[in-house]
Design a protein around this ligand. Structure first.
Ligand code: AMP
Length: 584
């Protein structure tokens, strides 16, 4: 029979609090760590991924053992991000709700330090903090750690990844030798082992799962893409999974914003999370994501750290991280709390080699998966729609009064015709978007990275109109020079150029469509004394519109989801004057 929390030796007020939280049985790491910490003051090294219940594993014994009548700080818990620290602080408040004199305070940067000092002055037994702010408070003598009994380093690998080595050293130095150090980490690279070696005394080791190994609940897939098909592949993955609830990981803030912008423009329910956003903006995005108002959160590794979401269907590596450990962290965001999840890597030929070392640490193989074809997507979306019709509730009282005239109007149609019409209404534009969509798995040599011939298939190019022509002494080299001067990207591919008398056309790699428009708009260049204007040609605009109306926005509107109405990314960027202006 599985153990209960009271079997682990926790007192009644804590058990009552756990019942309120709906925790019935301890997780594996809790079963191992709680009795160990309760019964011994030996240091502890625990291998635990996020999602395994590690917060309760170290917090519950501290809540059990801390002396509520002693107002000194007895436990200091360090965590890499504000979000995670807040989450831990909140968990501890929940665990100790029936122990009235036991107080916890969370301290982190970017918030009013005076207020945190006031809190500390009241006397708190448990302090949760980010490394930087904790050191700051120690220096100001507002946080006194001389009576510390427990030091917890949570996500130690991540704290070191984020460059907090000096801060960790300083906190470790500020605590007495007699303390018990509890180090929790999903991975144990050399730097974490060094901390353990230098600051811990013969630590006991416990694991939940294998060291550095991914969760059993996660399947790892890779899709082979080129730079031209990467974004299209991402969209197809979203389209073939109508109920997707995913984090899309990017390596840089810029890549994050760019991908989120494109997804939003294309009608997906997406938003971005990265370090350029203010704390309030990040909180707002995370809140929306937790409430599933956002289905795809495009994020950097660091920004997504503190996000505690248990039921992600997918983690998508738009680009693989530089460090293998980070792949582990990313994929560990799904397959949590007993759920199944899929971690997807989009890799080009060069990046494919990075999969092997990851496979070695995961002890699992990536499954090569074909990018879904338009036909597959249409089929899945169609049945998703039928399924939704099946499940939708009819509110007769609301529509009763309209029904007689509706029946009369539709009287001429047979049952089959009606079904056909309803399905077509919802589905036609989706079908037309994917009607001639290419098979992205057939990568021609021309499209291979580094092997481009300079001209690409029209599908990947956007055709622009420009208000200059031969009469303005424009020729192809000059036009190319003009484009390059806008600082779009030195690798941007320029396709066909047609110079006519008073205007011209040029093609640009679709990936850089928005950049091109925005660069021309913000630079306002002149050519031979004329103000230059560019526009996307009608053909491309129509394609976009038809997709918005039917294709992907159907995904939200027609298929029951609300099209992303928060516009939060665009609003944020406008208000911040930070990024690029959103296009209407
Ligand atoms: P953590 O790994 O600490 O981030 O926990 C992951 C999630 O599991 C959190 O949402 C916890 O609230 C939840 N959790 C932790 N322990 C238990 C438990 N024993 N029973 C049910 N849920 C739990």
């Amino acid at each position: 029979m599985s153990k209960t929390f009271s079997d682990l030796g926790l007192k009644q007020p804590i058990n009552d609090a756990l019942i309120d939280l709906g925790y019935e049985n301890p997780t594996l790491i809790q079963e191992k760590a709680i009795p160990q910490i309760l019964s011994s003051d030996e240091d502890l090294k625990a291998f635990a991924q996020t999602g395994t219940g590690k917060t309760a594993a170290f917090s519950l014994p501290i809540v059990e053992l801390a002396n509520e009548n002693d107002k000194n700080t007895q436990a200091i818990i360090l965590s890499p991000t504000r979000e995670l620290a807040v989450q831990i602080g909140k968990n501890i408040e929940d665990f100790s709700k029936y122990i009235p004199n036991l107080k916890v305070t969370t301290v982190y940067g970017g918030a009013n330090i005076e207020q945190q000092i006031r809190q500390l002055k009241k006397g708190v037994q448990i302090v949760v903090g980010t490394p930087g702010r904790t050191v700051d408070l120690i220096r100001r003598k507002a946080l006194k750690l001389s009576n510390t009994k427990w030091l917890v380093l949570d996500e130690a690998d991540e704290m070191l990844n984020m460059g907090f080595k000096d801060e960790l050293d300083q906190v470790l130095e500020a605590t007495p030798d007699t303390k018990q150090t509890l180090l929790f980490s999903a991975t144990f690279p050399r730097e974490v082992e060094a901390i353990a070696k230098n600051y811990m005394h013969n630590p006991v080791e416990i694991t939940s799962g294998q060291k550095n190994q991914g969760s059993d609940n996660v399947t790892h897939e890779f899709y082979q893409v080129t730079e031209k098909t990467r974004y299209a592949a991402l969209k197809r993955i979203a389209d073939v999974n109508p109920n997707i609830y995913a984090i899309v990981f990017c390596r840089t803030r810029r890549e994050t914003q760019e991908i989120a912008d494109k997804l939003i423009q294309d009608g997906y329910n997406a938003d971005s999370l990265h370090g350029d956003l203010s704390q309030a903006q990040r909180d707002a995005v995370m809140d929306k994501f937790r409430k599933k108002n956002i289905q795809m959160l495009v994020a950097t590794d660091v920004a997504a750290r503190g996000l505690d979401v248990n039921n992600l269907t997918h983690v998508i590596n738009h680009k693989l991280p530089d460090q293998i450990e980070n792949y582990n962290h990313r994929s560990g965001r799904t397959g949590r709390a007993g759920n199944k999840g899929v971690s997807i890597a989009l890799v080009n030929r060069k990046e494919k080699g990075k999969l092997h070392p990851i496979e070695r640490t995961l002890k699992k193989k990536f499954i090569k998966t074909a990018i879904p074809t338009g036909k597959e997507i249409c089929e899945i979306q169609l049945f998703h729609l039928i399924d939704k019709i099946h499940k939708s509730e009819v509110n007769t009282s609301e529509i009763d009064s309209f029904l007689p005239s509706i029946y009369e109007k539709l009287n001429d149609f047979s049952r089959e015709e009606l079904i056909q019409k309803f399905v077509s209404l919802e589905f036609n534009s989706f079908l037309s978007y994917y009607e001639n969509a290419p098979d992205l798995n057939n990568i021609s040599s021309r499209d291979r990275e580094g092997g481009s011939s300079g001209r690409s298939s029209r599908e990947n190019m956007t055709r622009f109109f420009i208000n200059l022509g031969r009469k303005d002494k424009l020729n192809p080299p000059k036009l190319m020079g003009l484009i390059n001067e806008q600082g779009i990207n030195k690798n941007v591919e320029i396709g066909a150029i047609d110079i006519l008398d008073t205007f011209s056309f040029f093609e640009i790699d679709r990936e850089f469509e928005s950049f091109t428009l925005e660069a021309f708009e913000s630079n306002s260049p002149e050519f031979n004394g004329r103000r230059v204007n560019i526009e996307i040609t009608k053909e491309r605009k129509d394609r976009k519109r038809s997709r918005r109306r039917g294709g992907h926005s159907s995904n939200k509107g027609g298929f029951g989801r609300v099209r992303n109405q928060n516009n939060s990314s665009s609003d944020r960027r406008r208000n911040n004057n930070r990024g690029r202006k959103p296009r209407r």
